[in-house]
Write a protein that binds this ligand. Sequence first.
Ligand code: NCD
Ligand code: ZN
Ligand code: ZN
Length: 343
Amino acid sequence: MRITLIRPDDWHLHLRDGEALAAVLQHTAERFGRAIVMPNLKPPITTVAAAAAYRERILGARPDGSRFEPLMTLYLTDNTPAAEIAAAKKCGFVHAVKYYPAGATTNSDSGVTDWKKARAALSAMEQHDIPLLLHGEVTDADVDVFDRERVFLERNLTPLQRDFPGLRIVLEHVTTKDAVDFVKAAGPRMAATITAHHLLWNRNAIFQGGIRPHAYCLPVLKREEHRKALVAAATGGDSQFFLGTDSAPHARHTKETTCGCAGIYTSHAGIELYAEAFDNAGALDKLESFASLRGPKFYGLPVNKDRITIEKATTPVPAELPFGAHTLVPMRAGETVGWRIVG
Ligand code: NCD
Ligand code: ZN
Ligand code: ZN
């Protein structure tokens, strides 16, 4: 079986920098027309000038002939000035601002300690209609790691929405039924991205016969009932839910260690894994809407002009992939995915 789709986009992606960027970009560029590029580098991309330089490095790392377009984001801090938001709007290549609660995830140390400290920037974003992208988890040590997304909705997102009713928000990489329900209730100003790994795996994957560092990401995988709610949202008719891989490459040795990094690499099969999830749900006819139409609509961009064709075929995944001086272990390493790209 083959299906042809308008070329999809990835609305949440980590490309890293330097030799890591050079190693991973081809996977995304082969599949996706554009990607919202996360700013959690070391140091983070906090200014339009830094985003412009990073964008040039990404363009320079594209495979020959690639027309892949990086859509840049800024990293929100307690001190982001309103003027930087105005400059972001004006430049034309910054499409959103990312909010990492300080300490919530990989490279979030310079993130927001309290959103009330970022009022000036949030207000400017509301005024200039620049979407706020959220890593929606609280960091309080007393909150169970599996509840951190749900508690963020009550403690942080509800008051933030009340104070900035005009702000458009994307709740990134949603992992719970609670988040799906929250986004639906919020209406069209709010959207959510959903990863392929959260559609295909529940939290048992982390403990399958032993501890599996390559199934560890944040927000952490949840129970089966939550996975089912995500599949229903992705394959349902609601245009608020769209594709964001959250593909997050880490060198093998930084995950296979006493305190391993959070992040799952999926760009090598960035559309194929979603095809599998939609096929499992009997909803392949909804894949184009989720992968290629709803994201551009939310971001106010045209849909891609070209198409890709994928075929249902058992396709091996290498045990590891080159990653500069190191290697990385992709999702399904040494196993197979059920689809491949044919054109
Ligand atoms: C991401 C990373 O490695 O940058 N990791 C992850 O587990 N998702 C950060 C993020 O998206 O939270
Ligand atoms: Zn995140
Ligand atoms: Zn991410």
